[in-house]
Design a protein around this ligand. Structure first.
Ligand code: SF4
Length: 355
């Protein structure tokens, strides 16, 4: 659906009344701490090994690394790669790439998608919900509803609803389905949920444990252990794993992007946003339309309008971006010779699959 139609749809929808918050009780069978942190033991214990793939380099390296370990243990049949389809806000062909990687690794592939619109449509819907709430509270307090301050509708590091609504929620539904497939085990199913998060990405990620029990996602029927198999890896180790695996990576990295997933990430760096605006000017224009609608910048302190101005200035100074040679990103870490070998392997495999 075109963005204008999506925005109108949400504008005329009555804003839902927020439900009172419930305190969630954790089932008594759910352990506080993982039984082990040893990779091979984690894999052996799991009924399902779920690999979360955004299609980005970290989840790709995590997936090929875990699949190599699982293959040695004869456990590939328990591995499922899941991709959350974010629609047109993620880089083109990300879903297709995640599926290709799963096929090459010889494991099951699942796609999940949140209902209720993409990040832009949700931001607009959230704005009207927050506005209605603020106005209702003002009326209850006898103040002027026309002067209320509305909480930010865009996701942010403090309110990262994009990840919970668009990724975590739909993946939990898949977990329910996978557990149902196991039938009655006479005990809670054990699901090993693998993420490509790394300490080197940010200070908050550095604080995450490599292995922990996901207590909120666990219940009497399933115990979820979160495993971050490449938590301690450097960028160089990630790229070396990509070269080793011979799996194709997303071309956005060759253009110079440092991260994948949404083309414009509310938490990403400015350089990535400007580069994305040069590569996807029409998508950037949609973000500007939403900024106008909700009266707030998409990133805290940095509007898409400014990003687009910077992108245009770079286009004016250097001309339109020219496609960089394939393998540009990889060759920075493994050198030109190894990159040529990698590209030959990727092409050979793709040709073999097409034949
Ligand atoms: S990539 Fe950024 S904007 Fe997109 S879902 Fe993840 S945190 Fe949110």
């Amino acid at each position: 659906m075109p963005i204008a139609a999506q925005l109108d749809l949400f504008e005329i929808s009555p804003a839902p009344v927020p439900k009172p918050k419930r305190t969630r009780r954790i089932h008594s069978s759910v352990p506080d701490a993982p039984a082990t942190t040893i990779p091979t033991a984690l894999l052996r214990l799991a009924d399902w090994i779920l690999l979360n793939s955004s299609g980005g380099k970290d989840s790709q390296a995590m997936a090929s690394h875990v699949c190599a370990l699982a293959a040695k243990l004869g456990l590939l049949h328990r591995v499922v790669i899941v991709h959350s389809d974010l629609g047109d806000i993620e880089w083109t062909d990300t879903r297709k790439l995640a599926e290709e990687q799963a096929r090459l690794l010889g494991v099951r592939f699942e796609v999940v998608k949140a209902e209720g619109g993409d990040l832009l449509a949700r931001t607009v819907a959230r704005f009207f919900t927050l506005k209605a709430k603020a106005e209702r509270e003002a009326r209850e307090q006898g103040t002027d509803p026309g002067t209320v301050k509305i909480a930010p509708a865009w996701p942010s590091s403090a309110a990262r609803w994009c990840t919970s609504d668009l990724k975590r929620g739909p993946i939990r539904k898949l977990m329910t389905r996978l557990v149902a497939e196991l039938g009655d085990l006479g005990r809670p199913a054990r699901l090993l949920n693998c993420l490509g998060q790394r300490a080197a990405e940010s200070a908050p990620r550095a604080k995450l444990a490599a292995v922990e029990i996901d207590r909120p996602a666990s219940n009497g029927r399933r115990h979820i252990t979160t495993w971050r198999p490449i938590h301690g890896w450097t960028d160089a180790e990630v790229w070396k794993e990509i070269a080793r695996s011979g799996l194709p990576y997303h071309e956005a990295y060759d253009w110079g992007l440092s991260r994948l997933s949404c083309s414009f990430c509310v938490l990403g760096c400015e350089a990535d946003a400007v580069l994305a605006a040069r590569l996807r000017p029409q998508k950037a224009a949609q973000y500007i339309a939403v900024e106008k609608k909700v009266g707030a910048d998409f990133k805290n302190g940095l509007s898409m309008r400014t990003i687009v101005e910077r992108a245009k200035a770079l286009d004016a100074e250097h001309g339109e971006l020219r496609r960089p040679p394939r393998g540009t990103a990889l060759s920075r870490y493994v050198g030109k010779k190894a990159t040529r070998r990698y590209l030959a392997r990727v092409d050979h495999t793709r040709l073999g699959l097409a034949a």
